[in-house]
Design a protein around this ligand. Structure first.
Ligand code: KPL
Length: 303
């Protein structure tokens, strides 16, 4: 593959789901020592994973370690589902209070600020990605799309010492001085696609085929733009509807993660996605009736 074992950087993954394993594999293949963090002593000491569908295809094994081990590593990558982020961090609070670098890669917003307040000695970074993967029934991790990943410090703008290694490991990745712009962009996309596909039980692409759904997409986009403007978050591109339409077309055959969570009976990420938007709308006194309606619908029916 041509990836040389030359890194002296090490890290821990907290949340070894599909996206966590994709990042673990990216990091491992350039020689970073990657551990999987577990709160308690597990009978298993090694986690094995088989990846397919991209140039990451292959068999991987990772040592499972308890939080004490994380003290000696360069960063902790949190890749849990949004509702689990703060609980997962609580499990490693001693390490965080000792001062460590944490990258939160989970979907949604709201927990970064809370993590910063709770663990003031830790340096909190945020990342957002369009990498996509799912686990098949047989346990294989299918890497369905390579994407772009943006990383930034949540409050400060100082880059970490492991940045170059990270950028070498993660394809199509970049560092930004203002991660909030990237987080808001992903939040906006998720606010529209995830709850709409979840409540209509449809693929992402169906949102543009049905005229009534397309109108709803427009309405949600306008409300989100008003909140984003009120929060003074600079917007990089043109109208949000154009960006969301592009993502819908690019991921037309996908079932959104929220629909997948719902079907599998898992807690959805709605509170950290639409819930966060509605909270911000209240703070900035912006009316968001269409988003509110979707939030309530998901909370009542599926949460
Ligand atoms: O991020 C996604 C998700 O499903 O969570 C999108 C972009 C909507 C792709 O399905």
């Amino acid at each position: 593959m041509g990836y040389k074992n030359k890194s002296s950087i090490s890290c821990c993954i907290l949340g070894a789901g599909t996206i966590g394993m994709i990042f673990a594999a990216y990091l491992k293949r350039i020689g970073i020592k990657v551990y999987i963090l577990h709160h308690e002593d597990k009978p298993k000491t090694v986690l094995r994973a088989r990846l397919q569908g991209s140039d990451l295809s292959g068999d991987y094994s990772f040592e499972i370690v308890t939080p004490e081990k994380a003290i000696d590593t360069d960063f902790i990558l949190v890749a849990t589902k949004a509702p689990d982020v703060l609980n997962a961090l609580k499990g490693v609070q001693d390490v965080l209070n000792n001062g460590s670098d944490v990258i939160i890669l989970s979907n949604g917003m709201g927990f970064h600020e809370k993590a910063e307040k709770l663990y003031q000695s830790a340096r909190i970074f945020a990342a957002t990605t369009t990498e996509a993967a799912h686990t098949s029934e047989s346990g294989l991790i299918h890497h369905s799309a390579s994407g772009r990943t943006v990383l930034g410090a949540f409050s400060s703008t100082k880059s970490p010492k492991w940045l170059t290694t990270w950028l070498n490991a993660i394809p199509d990745s970049s560092w930004t001085q203002n991660i909030k712009i990237a987080l808001w962009e992903k939040l906006a996309i998720n606010c529209v696609i995830n709850p709409l596909t979840a409540t209509h039980n449809c693929r992402n692409g169906d949102l543009m085929k049905d005229p009534a759904l397309k109108e709803l997409v427009k309405e949600l986009c306008l409300e989100i733009e008003m909140v984003r403007d009120a929060a003074k978050i600079p917007c990089a591109g043109g109208p949000l509807f154009d960006l969301v339409s592009k993502v819908i077309f690019d991921t037309a055959t996908n079932f959104s993660s929220m629909l997948q969570d719902m079907k599998a009976g898992r807690t959805t990420e709605i509170e950290s996605i639409t819930g966060y938007l509605v909270e911000m709308a209240t703070v900035f006194e912006v009316e968001v009736p269409a988003n509110k309606k979707l939030l309530e619908e998901i909370q009542i029916r599926y949460f």
